[in-house]
Design a protein around this ligand. Structure first.
Ligand SMILES: Cc1cc2nc3c(=O)[nH]c(=O)nc-3n(C[C@H](O)[C@H](O)[C@H](O)COP(=O)(O)OP(=O)(O)OC[C@H]3O[C@@H](n4cnc5c(N)ncnc54)[C@H](O)[C@@H]3O)c2cc1C
Ligand code: FES
Length: 220
């Protein structure tokens, strides 16, 4: 884990989402599903983001602009710089025989990188609209389902499921496949175990999701 000041390359539109592309500096890309704390300009606290794309020269973060932090991150322009800390937490286990990526909405963010590392396995991606579904183009071999159809209706048995998405989707996936690897979210202030802002109950105990997760092999 290290903290660096990275240069913005540019921000691409991907349907309603934005792909923030940064010069990589000396940061490691880490395991897919690990995250980075990105410091927006101004007095805002850093925001946790999964790494979406990694090349030799760039790191890419797919961001849903839902509030002040994500809006500040997606309106950066070339020439601006921001502090990035990571990689943090525990990512997906990659020693799986028949991977199937299952994502909901912006939960697909870690999948372009995960798909590359796993040799482009099949994916099932669910979205609330056709416009949101444009982001599926970032993930090879993806079957797209748009509401009212749900990803759980498209799940196929006999796979090792790696899932990321909204909490109700993760709970439904865990119900169908108790062995699934699930990437959870919680509000995070520090990202490395110091503030307890991300504490969730796991197996009856309070755990810090930024340290124990965000990828867990059981429901949080
Ligand atoms: C490990 C991890 C990885 C993430 N990866 C991505 C990613 O790749 N792309 C992406 O767009 N977003 C990702 N997120 C979510 C992202 O960090 C939040 O959307 C962001 O911090 C919101 O900041 P804001 O200032 O824009 O909005 P805020 O005003 O802070 O929040 C907007 C709304 O989202 C809710 N919210 C904020 N943070 C979270 C959270 N972490 N979990 C659930 N609800 C939350 C708030 O309660 C509020 O309703 C990730 C979160 C975690 C924990
Ligand atoms: S975000 Fe601070 S302890 Fe997890």
């Amino acid at each position: 884990m290290r903290r660096e000041l990275l240069d913005v390359v540019r921000v691409d539109e991907v349907g309603p989402y934005r792909l923030l592309r940064l010069k990589r500096g000396r940061l490691e890309s880490g395991a897919p599903g690990q995250f980075f704390m990105l410091s927006p300009p101004g007095r805002l606290l850093p925001r946790p983001m999964s790494l979406s794309l990694a090349t030799r020269t760039e790191l890419g973060f797919l961001i849903d602009p839902v509030g002040p932090g994500t809006k500040a991150l997606t309106t950066l322009v070339r020439g601006e710089r921001l502090h990035v800390l990571g990689p943090l937490g525990n990512g997906f286990r990659l020693d799986v025989a028949r991977p199937l990526l299952v994502g909901g909405g912006i939960g697909l963010a870690p999948f372009p990188y995960l798909s590359e590392r796993l040799g482009r396995p099949p994916a099932v991606l669910g979205f609330r609209s056709q416009e949101h579904a444009e982001a599926a183009a970032l993930v090879p071999n993806a079957e797209v389902v748009v509401e009212p159809r749900l990803v759980t209706e498209a799940l196929r048995p006999g796979h090792d499921v790696l899932a990321c998405g909204p909490e109700p989707m993760l709970r439904a996936v865990a119900e169908l496949d108790p062995g699934a690897q699930l990437a959870w979210e919680a509000p995070m202030a520090c990202g490395y175990g110091a503030c307890y802002g991300c504490a969730v109950e796991i197996g009856g105990e309070l755990k810090r999701l930024c340290v124990e997760g965000p990828v867990l092999e059981r429901a949080a």
